[in-house]
Design a protein around this ligand. Structure first.
Ligand SMILES: *[C@@H]1O[C@H](CO)[C@@H](O)[C@H](O)[C@H]1NC(C)=O
Ligand SMILES: *[C@@H]1O[C@H](CO)[C@@H](O)[C@H](O)[C@H]1NC(C)=O
Ligand SMILES: *[C@@H]1O[C@H](CO)[C@@H](O)[C@H](O)[C@H]1NC(C)=O
Ligand SMILES: *[C@@H]1O[C@H](CO)[C@@H](O)[C@H](O)[C@H]1NC(C)=O
Ligand SMILES: *[C@@H]1O[C@H](CO)[C@@H](O)[C@H](O)[C@H]1NC(C)=O
Ligand SMILES: *[C@@H]1O[C@H](CO)[C@@H](O)[C@H](O)[C@H]1NC(C)=O
Length: 762
């Protein structure tokens, strides 16, 4: 693609002027050999040709990756006699940074195919991979092993990736950890992560890269796929059915996508075609989402060739299906040898300024900007793009950086950099990548796999095996609420008398979990309405419902408990499986293999281990949902476990219809207790919240640990919503870990009717 930073395109011109005799200008192949490898020349031995060394898989060229034929007919860098060019075995970053455990074998350096195993000191538990292999792209297989023990911290130990150093070892709310890479490694990903109230770290785990480290096409399609989907789905319009008619609801806001492809060294027609096909594929992928972005697409060398103009979208001068035609018809004639990366950023900045001027500052606030660059970063004219990137940030952020997250506009700008080429200028390029959350910098060896990579971006609909997967958007819009709680179901039972409203949770494509007390004697499946707002006809037909066999509300009437809610669980089987999508997906439930996977437990795991992770603290922060208008809001509570439990359940005696003196008669060990004001004021449940999931998020997955059963006081009135507890109001939730045999008897049952969940042996 590009040329060394020292190369000047002016130089190329002057060469032609002064030489006349081309031979004079040529470099020679003398001393260019590489031990164990080969090389290719981009323009034979002519001035400006790049010599690219090639090594077999698992090796990389050392000390140099490329050389450039300079104006004075010599190679830069020049070969050195005492440091012959050779193919060196790829090295992986040092894994011996792991805390509280042992790595075997202990080595000073680790090379391709070297295998390592990880064990934790006693009392510590391993998360991540227990065995890792050094891969030919310079990365370790699997995920970072982390040894930790239940510390009561809000966030889990984020670990230390190989080759890195971490500062910060307290993991409470707002605590920060920072990472740097050792030696000649450089850091890709979040160098700083902050523990959030929901128990998640901001950003993504960083990684340390050598100059010879690359991302595989699979990694890129998975990670970039997830990132770009985040950008696309925030504005995705959804289908809504109203009075039997499906209408498409578009959201406020506009998505502007700017794509820039470096073609500076694309002397070969094939390279240019690959680049164009990759861009085409990306646009096709984007169009599979129901968003309609405006596009600016440019190819660049020293000039910027504007293939699709974003201003045409503004003027409505372009048909959306014309984008691909324009791309297909675009041809570049003579290309010169410079690379003006800054020129491209300037072009994008100018377009933004014009858009802002046209639509006005107020509407411009609703514009999101996604910039995608494909380059090796070897710009040689126009200067560094860094100041222009700052200007772009100012334009989009509207000078609101540094203000509290709620008002921050950082989510309105993403700059993705695909660093592609034999020699990439990481240190120049990496700082240009911008955006919150997912990784924004990717490094690939060549462009040939890019089309496939984009084609492989997995569709949300295909990731069916992952329970609890969800998106975390900080908005109150109805569609994003669905993506945040894709398992949420609302249930209405209407037989005789007033309809009863409950919540439920999708636990498999065919089953909804809810409370047994939502049903009364005489109810039949046709009395039950289950609504899962998945945009495909919300109401789901019910085949049958099954109450826990030991549920008996009158069981303790003669012991001073008018209504006894032990085993208050029920499963509703749907007639037809729900189609899994970003707005309809099962939540994880205890003691299943799916949940162990979500918790990243390695090897054979047990229910107890899951419970230790999910309900480990004496005050475990949990959530459940409540109705709010036509959508839902999240209630925050603390389950009082261990020493705190007795003080919590004693308030059960204050509830109506209780005359026993022993709280344990009313609240068995099958319940979790929340509410009250000590040490923090919890939310309290309202009537319609019954049957809903009490859940906890863990690394972007949601796990249901309990379900809302009953409470001591009705503080809600008719409105419901986010009501706070008083001193003595308490809620009791069925702990799912205590009703596993019931769940397993139905959900783990292998029948031709539905696919079973895999329950753990113990
Ligand atoms: C050729 O030019 C390059 C860069 O301009 C310089 O570093 C190098 O020393 C020169 N080589 C010779 C043999 O003059
Ligand atoms: C690690 O890889 C190097 C280079 O291939 C090899 O010489 C060494 O024996 C390997 N070590 C182990 C423990 O496999
Ligand atoms: C969406 O647009 C409408 C009308 O233009 C406006 O009143 C409303 O405030 C906008 N909503 C958001 C979330 O910006
Ligand atoms: C940002 O602030 C500077 C001065 O503080 C001002 O000149 C500039 O116009 C502002 N930019 C935007 C986009 O508001
Ligand atoms: C519920 O418990 C009461 C009291 O022990 C008992 O009389 C009744 O038969 C039980 N009902 C069922 C359905 O088991
Ligand atoms: C699932 O999707 C298919 C195809 O889009 C559709 O025919 C079917 O009715 C859907 N099923 C449900 C339960 O929505």
């Amino acid at each position: 693609m590009g040329f060394s930073i020292h190369w000047s395109w002016l130089a190329a011109l002057s060469c032609l002027l002064c030489m006349g005799d081309e031979v004079w200008c040529d470099c020679t192949e003398e001393r260019m050999q590489i031990v164990g490898g080969d090389y290719i020349l981009t323009k034979q031995l002519k001035i400006g040709s790049m010599l690219v060394y090639q090594c077999p898989e698992g090796y990389y060229p050392y000390p140099h990756l490329t050389r450039l034929c300079e104006l004075n007919s010599s190679w830069n860098p020049a070969p050195k006699r005492f440091l012959p060019q050779r193919c060196k075995r790829v090295e992986c970053p040092d894994p011996n940074v792991m805390e509280y455990g042992n790595i075997s074998p202990p080595q000073e350096k680790y090379f391709v195919d070297n295998e390592t195993t990880y064990e934790c000191y006693s009392g510590y538990r391993l998360r991540g991979s227990s065995r890792r292999v050094c891969l030919p792209n310079g990365k370790w297989s699997g995920s970072t092993p982390i040894c930790s023990r239940g510390s009561g911290d809000t966030c889990a130990d984020p670990g230390i990736p190989p080759g890195a150093t971490r500062t910060g070892s307290i993991f409470g709310i707002d605590d920060k950890v920072t990472y740097s890479c050792n030696g000649n490694l450089f850091l890709v990903g979040s160098s700083e992560r902050v523990c959030q109230e929901n128990g998640q770290w901001t950003g993504k785990e960083p990684a340390c890269y050598y100059k010879h480290t690359y991302d595989t096409p699979l990694e890129v399609s998975q990670e970039f796929g997830s990132a770009i989907k985040g950008s696309l789905t925030t504005l995705e319009s959804i289908d809504d059915t109203q009075e039997g008619r499906t209408i498409r609801i578009s959201k406020n806001g506009t998505l502007n996508i700017y794509i820039a492809m470096d073609i500076s060294a694309s002397i070969e027609e094939q390279h240019f075609n690959d680049a164009r096909n990759a861009v085409t594929k990306l646009i096709e992928k984007i169009s599979s989402f129901s968003v309609t972005p405006n596009y600016e697409i440019v190819f660049f060398s020293s000039e910027v060739f504007e293939v699709v103009r974003i201003l045409d979208f503004l003027d409505q001068k372009i048909e959306r299906n014309a984008i691909l035609t324009q791309l297909k018809n675009f041809k570049v004639g003579e290309r010169n040898t410079g690379t003006d990366l800054n020129g491209v950023f300037m072009t994008f900045l100018e377009r933004m300024a014009i858009i802002k001027q046209r639509v006005g500052a107020e509407l411009f606030k609703e514009h999101r900007h996604v910039l995608i660059f494909f380059t090796d970063g070897a710009y040689n004219m126009g200067g560094s793009p860094a100041p222009t990137v700052e200007q772009i940030k100012n334009t989009v952020y509207m000078n609101q950086t540094g203000v509290p997250a709620a008002q921050s506009r950082e989510e309105y700008l993403d700059i993705y950099i695909f660093a592609i080429g034999a020699e990439v200028f990481d240190s120049d390029l990496q700082p240009l990548a911008t955006g919150i959350g997912d990784r924004h910098y990717y490094k690939m060896k060549d462009i040939t796999n890019l089309q496939e990579t984009f084609d492989d971006i997995i569709d949300e609909e295909e990731v069916t095996g992952l329970c609890g997967l969800h998106k975390e958007y900080e908005t109150t819009r109805k569609e994003s609420t669905r993506q945040r709680y894709p398992w949420w179901a609302s249930i209405t039972v209407k037989n005789e008398g007033l309809p009863r409203d409950c919540f439920g949770s999708l636990v498999t494509p065919k089953f909804v979990l809810t409370a047994a007390h939502c049903f009364t004697f005489g109810d039949l499946p046709e009395h039950v309405k289950v609504v899962i707002d998945d945009g495909q006809g919300k109401e789901k037909k019910v085949k049958r419902f099954i109450l826990h066999p030991e549920y008996n509300i009158t069981a303790k009437r003669n012991k001073g408990v008018k209504e006894f809610y032990d085993y208050d669980v029920a499963l509703i089987q749907l007639e037809e499986a729900v189609n899994i999508s970003s707005v309809a997906r099962p939540i994880c439930i205890p003691c299943t293999q799916e949940t162990s996977d979500a918790l990243q437990l390695v090897g054979e795991s047990t229910c107890k281990e899951q419970e230790d992770i999910l309900l480990k603290d004496h005050l475990e922060r949990l959530s459940f949902l409540t109705k709010k208008g036509t959508t839902v809001a999240e209630k925050d509570v603390h389950a009082k476990i261990g020493d705190n439990r007795d003080a919590c359940i004693k308030h059960a005696l204050g509830a109506q219809g209780i005359s026993t003196k022993d709280p344990k008669e009313v609240v068995t060990d099958n319940f979790l207790c929340t509410g009250g004001q000590d040490p923090t004021r919890d939310h309290i449940s309202c009537k319609g919240d019954s049957g809903g999931a009490v859940f906890k998020n863990y690394e972007h997955r949601t796990i249901q640990v309990a379900l809302v059963s009953w409470g001591t006081k009705d503080l809600c009135g008719s409105g419901g919503g986010l009501v706070e507890s008083d001193q003595t109001s308490r809620d009791f939730h069925i702990n799912l870990f205590r009703v596993v045999p019931f769940l397993k008897s139905i959900l783990g049952h292998d029948t031709p009717d539905y696919a079973p969940l895999t329950f753990l042996k113990s």
